[in-house]
Design a protein around this ligand. Sequence first.
Ligand code: VNL
Length: 200
Amino acid sequence: MSLRYALLSLLTGQPKTGYEIGKAFESSVGHVWHAADSQIYPELRRMEADGLLDCTEQAKGRTTRKVYAVSAAGERALRDWLSAPDRPVRSRDPQYLRAAYLEWADPAAARAQLEEYVRHYTEQRDLLRRTRDSLLDRSHPVLAARLARLPAEQHEAVVAFKAFAYAGMIRQAEEQVAWAREGLTLIDELERSGVYATAD
Ligand code: VNL
């Protein structure tokens, strides 16, 4: 359900074709709400049918492309959503479920898994940091296009809230790296004291 709000948020910045949406999504709002192209395109069609998006055909060479823009109803839906209280989701992350029962895993496999988390979240953290920096210096193309359509007095808040979201995600990624490293140390200690070994 949040995917439609992610798409509305993105398109409030600038109307886009389906192709442009796919590209811009991944480098911007996709960092805070991941979705695959295969989910995005059918959702755009549903949003159009629900009156949240206005579509116009734009001629390009011998073909036409559909340009999606947020309708008045779409803007209202986004405002209503952001003004309504959000109920925090309860944890369903398989990482913690798996971590809680690692005594069932082969130590080598457990170690490899934790090393993979370290690698993944380090990469994620660095990508998020780079993206946040490109928001703060306003060089991110999706943000720059949004700002170009807004009066200057709104720019600070638009940038600050996006940087705020990234700050939270960066901290989470840092925390995941630290946590996975703690797990590696734990496995070392348990193995050294002979209480964790390959079954059979
Ligand atoms: C926008 C641009 C959003 C860059 C972003 O992440 C971003 C935007 C939420 O203007 O919608 O990284």
